[in-house]
Ligand binder design. Structure first.
Ligand code: GUN
Length: 295
């Protein structure tokens, strides 16, 4: 079997076109322009690229964006003051503090300082709690993007066994909470594997859908995948590569070339989950702006 390649870039573009139309409508009818604020601390090269791409997407969707680039040495108190200013700013509907933060700053305190109504990352405990309870709140962008990607490529997870590899607070845990809900587009049997799992392949070989989100290049090999499974690769590993202009290339958590001969559908890296994360961030932000405008 040769897998169908799930084109996340194309699906994300369709979502971004819809968001742009919604933004135009909100401006016409309510005079509100969706605004997203970014706080970037330090110069982690991956974070710089992620934030730049998100800012570009905002501009293309007709959103305003606000950026604070703070030095690596900024104090937690100073960072909290910037969050408080964005919390109070009526032109800002969403706030994104790019993670990871330097070790002298508590990510927990920073995330908890964001107004949950502006927490378009869905990382605030209020939104995490709502996700688990199945209530309306902001869903983290990457898990939401994985779900949307599955649905828009004809792979409804309902009744399927989804094996998630990785238990991060950004991807693995919230994705498990999302897909286990008794709701359309979810209702899956969910297994979460992690560093404490003995022989991960024993579980992934049972999966109808594998989501690889452990941050280890090519860790999901052909022998770990059932014939005809759907494979979603959340990995974004930077591998040094002297042949490229940037000096690195991106590789997923899945051995793509080997697994594509076994899976029925697979996402590439880049061009799979990554673009979906940005599309879902825009979706969350327009939702925040609409709630603000009473639309
Ligand atoms: N770092 C890696 N992914 C993310 C994300 O989705 N949001 C934020 N704020 N930081 C990240």
């Amino acid at each position: 079997m040769t897998a169908r390649i799930i084109d996340g870039k194309r699906i994300a573009e369709a979502i971004r076109r819809d968001v742009k139309e919604e933004a135009e409508k909100l401006r016409r009818e309510k005079g509100v322009i969706p605004g997203l604020a970014f706080i970037l601390v330090g110069e982690n090269p991956a974070s710089v690229v992620y934030v730049r791409n998100k800012e570009k997407a905002c501009a293309e969707a007709g959103f305003s964006s606000f950026s604070e680039n703070l030095p690596e040495t900024v104090s937690e108190a100073e960072l909290l003051r910037h969050v408080a200013a964005f919390n109070a700013d009526p032109l800002v509907h969403g706030i994104l503090v790019q993670l990871p933060l330097p070790t002298h700053i508590s990510e927990q305190r920073v995330v908890e300082s964001i107004d949950p109504r502006k927490d378009v990352d869905g990382f605030h405990p209020v939104n995490v709690g709502k996700l688990l309870l199945g209530e309306d709140g902001f869903t983290p962008c990457t898990p939401a993007g994985v779900q949307e990607l599955l649905l828009r490529s004809g792979c409804d997870p309902a009744g399927k066994h989804v094996v998630i590899v990785g238990r991060s607070n950004i991807v693995g845990k919230p994705l498990a909470a999302l897909l286990v809900q008794k709701k359309p587009g979810a209702n899956a049997v969910v297994t979460v594997c992690h560093t404490g799992t003995k022989e991960i392949g024993r579980f992934t070989r049972e999966a109808d859908i594998i989501v690889a989100a452990m941050g280890r290049p090519k860790a999901i090999t052909a022998g770990m995948v059932k014939e005809g499974a759907v494979v979603i690769d959340v990995g974004m590993n930077r591998i040094p590569d002297a042949a490229t202009k940037s000096g690195y290339r991106l590789t997923g958590d899945v051995d793509f070339d080997a697994v594509k001969g076994i899976a029925s559908a697979i996402t590439p890296v880049p061009g799979g989950v990554g673009p979906m994360t940005i599309a879902m961030l825009l979706k969350n932000t327009i939702r925040a702006a609409k709630a603000f405008a009473g639309a």
